[in-house]
Design a protein around this ligand. Structure first.
Ligand code: SF4
Length: 460
């Protein structure tokens, strides 16, 4: 039994391709909120459905009989930030189940911020349900007020000071299952930590429904204390910093590196190429413990980067990749194909960039429009509201083009497969492994046909 149940809607089984990667992280946003509510003296239970299905939520409701239920999409999780239809459906099923047993419900998350009216009525109601509180933007202060019975003011809110945040309530998640899933699939365990919220840059396809363009960072000393406790209690092998961009402020990075210097904790993170063209910044990142940095490289064409308002160049990507490699840090490129204005030769520039720079990892997708962005406005102009609202992927790797693009889907599919094959073969040649060897025949078999398809402009 518990007065309050805090839950999230991410059930990995609903996104089979992401599940197949077997890289689950505990629901950070939910666990921080649970810790805050515990600190304020509430009787809190957590439903972590990562390894279950939305139907399991009914068992949690039956077991706890909560008076209040908060259903939170995790704003630290990339997949939930994509507002996939599977998370929306799961959240609505959970809202319906909680209302069905008479609990007051609060619902929040990126998709809720984009489509608050969809959630206001719960399931099957035309008018707003007074038992449902919809929160737009950051949820934690709103959840705290709602839990106390205070009114939750409408509109978006963003916390301006992250000092003193409690450490996530890890003990409320099945940490042994996360560890087992990682170790069985990858031989190591990676845990997630957030050092900051938001991003001040203006890439015009990037949605910011939770924190807007504000950037707020936790004190480095508090982050390091959290990491020390994580190490002590769970012994992870490395960390994933969930920040949109890790360590934007150099003095912050310097302090973090100073704290970590004597016993660094290996980590992966996201960054921008333009932040990593200074050799001293990259050295500092290595000293802090970075083992892998993912760059939002996006494209091998400056024209496309300009169209995206990326405020970065291919030359910067080249320099950052070289410096990261020189400092022993692996590099990942996020790449997207099909951005409005991209021409066939731009696609080929991206293929060539990957071939030339040989990042250690690549993630390739077609451009994915999200509400509230310039990109969305450009490609959804003229479409009905219902048609636009349904333009979303079901799974995180669906890679279906959702708008009228200059090139056909086959061209993007072929470019993606050519990059994947060339990347896998180059990696195997540089560092042969049994795992890599198992994939070589598949890539070798596929590459000629995909390359031919790409050279023909994706003609199927
Ligand atoms: S730098 Fe990354 S997080 Fe920031 S606006 Fe650009 S794409 Fe979004």
């Amino acid at each position: 039994m518990a007065d309050l149940l805090v839950a999230h809607s991410l059930h990995l089984a609903l996104d089979p391709q992401a599940a197949a990667e077997r890289k689950p992280h505990p629901p950070l946003g939910t666990l921080v909120t649970a810790a805050e509510l515990e600190r304020e003296g509430h009787d809190v239970a957590v439903y972590d459905g990562t390894f279950g299905r939305p139907e399991d939520f009914e068992q949690a409701l039956a077991g706890h009989r909560p008076r209040k239920v908060a259903i939170l999409a995790d704003p630290h999780n990339i997949s939930q930030k994509m507002c996939l239809s599977v998370w929306r459906e799961a959240a609505l099923v959970m809202v319906g189940a909680a209302r069905g047993m008479g609990a007051d419900v609060l619902v929040a998350g990126p998709d809720v911020s984009d489509h608050p009216d969809l959630y206001r009525g719960g399931v099957g109601r035309d008018e707003a349900d007074p038992g449902i509180t919809v929160v737009e933007g950051e949820h934690d202060t709103a959840v705290a007020a709602w839990a106390k019975g205070d009114p939750v003011s409408p509109g978006r809110r963003v916390r301006s000071n992250l000092a003193g945040l409690p450490f996530p309530a890890w003990s409320r998640a099945p940490m042994d299952r996360y560890a087992a899933a990682w170790r069985a699939a990858h031989g190591h365990w990676e845990l997630n930590v957030s050092t900051a919220r938001g991003c001040p840059y203006r890439c015009n396809w990037c949605a910011k429904p939770t924190w807007g363009r504000r950037y707020t960072v936790r004190p480095a000393d508090e982050v390091w204390a959290e990491i020390m406790e994580l190490r002590e209690r769970y012994r992870p092998d490395r960390l994933w910093f969930t920040d949109d961009i890790f360590a934007i402020q150099r003095p912050w990075l310097a302090r973090y590196a100073e704290l970590a210097a004597s016993d660094p904790m290996p980590f992966r993170c996201l960054s921008r190429a333009d932040l990593l063209t200074d050799p001293e910044a990259v050295k500092e990142l290595a000293r802090a413990g970075a083992v892998e940095v993912w760059l939002g490289a996006e494209s091998g064409s400056d024209a496309v980067l300009n169209a995206m308002d990326k405020d970065g160049t291919v030359d910067e990507i080249r320099t950052a990749t070289r410096l990261l490699r020189k400092n022993g840090i692996r590099t990942g490129f996020f790449l997207q194909l099909g951005y409005p204005g991209e021409r066939y030769e731009d696609v080929m520039s991206t293929v060539r960039m990957v071939r030339d720079l040989r990042p250690d990892e690549i993630g390739v997708s077609v451009s994915y429009p999200l509400p509230g962005t310039v990109f969305w406005d450009r490609v959804m102009a003229g479409r009905s509201a219902a048609d636009a609202a349904s333009a979303r992927w079901a799974g995180s790797m669906e890679n279906r083009v959702l708008f009228a693009s200059p090139l056909n889907q086959g061209c993007y599919d072929a470019a993606r497969e050519v990059m994947r094959a060339e990347h896998a073969l180059a990696r195997f040649a540089a560092k042969p492994t049994w795992r890599g060897a198992a994939r070589v025949p598949w890539h070798l078999g596929r590459w000629p046909a995909e390359r031919m398809r790409l050279l023909w402009g994706g003609t199927s």
